[in-house]
Unconditional design. Sequence first.
Length: 382
Amino acid sequence: MKYFDYAATTPPDSDVVRTMAEIMEAHYGNPSSIHGYGERADQLLRRARSGCAAAIGVKPEEIVFTSGATESNNLAIKGAALRYQSRGKHIISTATEHASVYESFLQLQQWGWEVTWVPVDSDGRVSAQQIMDSLRPDTVLVSLMHVNNETGVIQPVAEIGNRLKREAPRILFHVDGVQGFGKLEAKPASWGADLYSLSAHKIRGPKGAGLLYVRNGVELTPLLSGGSQEQGMRAGTENVPLLVGMAKAMRLAEERQLDFARRTTVLRDRIMETIETIPGLVLNSRKDGAPHIIHFSYPGMKAEVALHTLEQLGITVSTQSACSSRSAEPSRVLLAMGRDAANAAGGLRISLGDEHTEEDVALLEQALHQMVAQLRPLERRM
Ligand code: PMP
């Protein structure tokens, strides 16, 4: 079985696993305790914080550790909206964001905030000008993803962040960086981002660990009440082993980013070219997208049927994003890109990791041809 679903999650790096296991057994102190066990754990936590900060070019005190990017996105969006509601209650995003951003916006809408959903073009890209045109005097927050988790499209976050800083410096800019870090250059402070979310398990770290970069001076209303951990922004005992694991995974991902992009771009381009030659399949991603994601549709075929056929052929891919793939709805992202329901219901994502080789890709290509040959008689009946 070949795994091509790295955008859903990655196999953890063995060194990362070893480090986490050692810490879990040997350094179980609570980092808030003032005795020796606590101090040792706190030292490890401080080192992890510095490592994570260095990997994205920010200061250690600007890192808030969380349980993953779902929490980081919720904290960034709701925490900023609640904290700065006296400035206004208008917030801006797109319909192609990850569920943890999209649903946070919908919840704020229910609580009385006004949302502008900025449209995307047929590639799923938002324009900086359209974001700027949607600003109002009562706008408090713009939230945008760096790389789309379904299609791999890259949003112009640096252009938007820098224009916001120049033209509307009081408006906060949040970037969901989950699918971009380790694949593209990711320096949120240089983009003018005030808030930036990451998740460890997309970069060969553990599940259940993430962070939110909170630019110095930005305040958030905490979503979890309790102790004063994480500068009062996120109560709860820090998960020291997982956070040390995340710091290590971030360092490795950052060091290997250029090499990762170079290797996967070659494989991605080859897979895209193959998909374009198979009658019945429609490519939805482009070569100027992220190096690790290829999205295509098989209109007239339920994505689920195609996925299970590929699985029987030894290839694991994904329908939509993992968080939404059990939903029967067509992809919200593809609908926002103007695709019809048949295209949006037949969407499949292939995502690559650092371990993939030309041989793996040859097996994938063979399986794609075979899948279509097998399913062709069923096409019209779906
Ligand atoms: N944002 C994006 C773009 C994602 O791809 C994901 C993972 N599906 C998340 C946020 C949520 O991350 P986590 O799994 O750490 O909650």
